[in-house]
Design a protein around this ligand. Structure first.
Ligand SMILES: Cc1cc2nc3c(=O)[nH]c(=O)nc-3n(C[C@H](O)[C@H](O)[C@H](O)COP(=O)(O)OP(=O)(O)OC[C@H]3O[C@@H](n4cnc5c(N)ncnc54)[C@H](O)[C@@H]3O)c2cc1C
Length: 487
């Protein structure tokens, strides 16, 4: 491996990872010659690619295998639509040091969303099929919020409450056993703050970010989410938004990372079994392909991992993690509109809706900030589960019908170009990991434990970061684990 690129990325990596990493990176040793590679990485999402590049830069022979026919995993930009809107990892913040470093190292431009943020911030409220102007909300009969909070729109109350009352001081404190008493449902925690069931239902259950309702998610996990968001906001420069995307769509980052690998990625390799014995690790794929290496890094999320046979079998808390840590159910419909129906009814295209489609977003991804380039409908939780049970054509029709019912001006205007169910995707079986009440204390410390020669990474194993940066953090951590052993 020649290249100023590898020298540069190693330098960056060492700066980021500190002295332990520096020692490990300096002392790789060649591993077993008869294997396909020193390390097989399963999954060409951000975590797998990050791990592969660190190992490659350290001099190891790495082979990445991937079940899909593309890289990126849960990062997916739809190039079939104007502005390449995101169906997966949507935006990142200034504290995504590893992701931003990867973009810089591999030549991907970064777009700052400040000029368009105000358009994303304008949201129309629809409850019970009716539009409620925000000016009417404080005195509206459906407003259950207490005095002092009656102007808060439903979508902002839960996050605001968590931001104000979050007891966690750092983004990694959620896995500290001393905080285990907070590993209760978000619902119970909000009740402890004096919030009524009616408020919880309106502010969380219509548009649940984690789980199908506030009953499903650990308050401790939501506190980490709040800490992580606060950290991103704190790092934004004055006057700048804490939201960034990549030029060409966020998929450009994993694509550029993949292009920097020495060995081609093997696509279409659906891993069905992983074995580790005293001397070697083996990966078996559904098509009969077999790989051997000294170590395997597995980046697949738990709902997929539980379908992969593993030897030795996982036990105890780690087995419970793989069998029970589920991922958020989210569907998206990416649409174009024949005419700007939002100009016809004089409202923003963006919606918070007590319906099948809980959120509608007008994308602003063109050259002119004010231009709406496409429309994204978000369907979450129980509603997404419902759509997953009917044929996709019916689900598409149901999405359009739901929007048209509350926005008559949209009638006959919308065309779905791309429809995505993350749950029905066999290589994801959902979106981000949702830690249920009690799960953080039960198995956060065990989820990423090596199993013989099999090591684990992925967003669900991250400690200090979330989402795309969590994936990058986990890729770096697992590469160091393997380097420590290989050295
Ligand atoms: C709708 C949506 C919105 C999001 N928004 C944000 C956001 O705004 N900000 C943010 O930071 N994050 C966001 N995320 C989360 C972020 O995209 C993910 O956390 C991150 O991309 C996960 O990376 P990963 O490497 O851990 O997993 P993945 O990307 O899932 O990578 C795992 C890889 O393994 C492969 N694989 C799985 N099973 C097998 C198998 N059996 N055999 C072979 N290969 C297999 C998969 O195809 C995949 O490529 C969002 C995600 C979604 C879906």
């Amino acid at each position: 491996m020649n290249s100023s690129r590898s020298t540069l990325s190693r330098r960056h990596f060492i700066q980021a990872a500190g002295a332990t990493a520096a020692v490990a990176l300096a002392t790789p040793r060649p591993l077993r010659a008869q294997a396909n590679a020193d390390v097989i990485v399963i999954g060409a999402g951000l975590s797998g690619l990050a791990a592969a590049l660190v190992l490659q830069d350290a001099g190891l022979k790495v082979k990445v295998i991937e079940g899909r026919d593309r890289v990126g995993g849960r990062v997916l930009s739809y190039r079939t639509l104007p502005g390449s809107p995101e169906a997966g990892g949507t935006s990142f913040g200034p504290g995504y040091a590893r992701l931003i470093n990867a973009a810089n190292t591999y030549g991907v431009g970064i777009i700052e969303l400040t000029p368009v943020l105000r358009y994303y911030g304008q949201r129309e409220l629809f409850l019970d099929g009716q539009h409620i102007p925000l000016a009417d909300w404080p005195s509206h009969p459906r407003n259950p919020f207490p005095e002092g909070a009656r102007e808060t729109p439903p979508w902002a109350f839960a996050g605001g409450l968590m931001a104000k009352t979050n007891p966690l001081k750092t983004t990694d404190a959620w896995v500290d056993p001393t905080n285990a008493e907070l590993d209760i449902s978000l619902h119970d925690w909000m009740k402890r703050q004096g919030v009524s069931d009616e408020v919880i239902d309106l502010t969380y259950n219509i548009e649940p970010t984690h789980g199908n309702s506030a009953w499903d998610v650990s308050a401790l996990m939501m506190m980490q989410v709040a800490s992580f968001i606060a950290a991103q906001r704190a790092l934004a420069k004055p006057g700048q938004s804490p939201f960034l995307t990549a030029e060409g769509g966020n998929l450009s980052i994993p694509e550029a990372m993949a292009a920097a690998l020495d060995a081609d990625i093997d696509f279409g390799r659906n891993v069905s079994a992983i074995r580790s014995d005293d001397g070697q690790a083996e990966v078996h794929c559904a098509d009969g392909a077999k790989y051997k290496a000294d170590y395997v890094i597995c980046s697949v999320p738990c709902p997929v991992l539980r379908r992969i046979r593993m030897e030795p079998v996982l036990t105890g808390a780690q087995a419970r993690a793989v069998q029970t840590l589920d991922s958020q159910i989210i569907n998206q419909a990416h649409m174009v509109s024949k005419s700007p129906f939002w100009e016809a009814d004089g409202l923003s295209p963006n919606m918070f809706n007590e319906g099948l489609v809980c959120g509608v977003v007008g994308e602003h991804k063109g050259d002119k900030p004010e231009e709406v380039t496409s429309i994204t409908a978000w369907i979450r939780g129980n509603n997404a589960a419902l759509l997953d049970q009917i044929p996709e054509a019916d689900a598409r029709a149901a999405v359009i019908g739901d929007i048209e019912r509350v926005r008559p001006a949209a009638k006959g205007q919308l065309e779905i170009v791309e429809y995505k169910s993350w749950y029905r995707d066999p290589f994801s079986s959902g979106d981000w990991a949702v830690w249920k009440p009690g799960q953080v204390s039960d198995f956060a410390a065990a989820v990423a434990k090596p199993n013989g020669r099999i090591h684990f990474c992925g967003e669900h194993t991250a400690v200090s970061n979330r989402g795309m940066e969590g994936a990058m953090e986990s890729g770096e951590r697992v590469a160091l684990e393997v380097l420590d052993r290989a050295g």
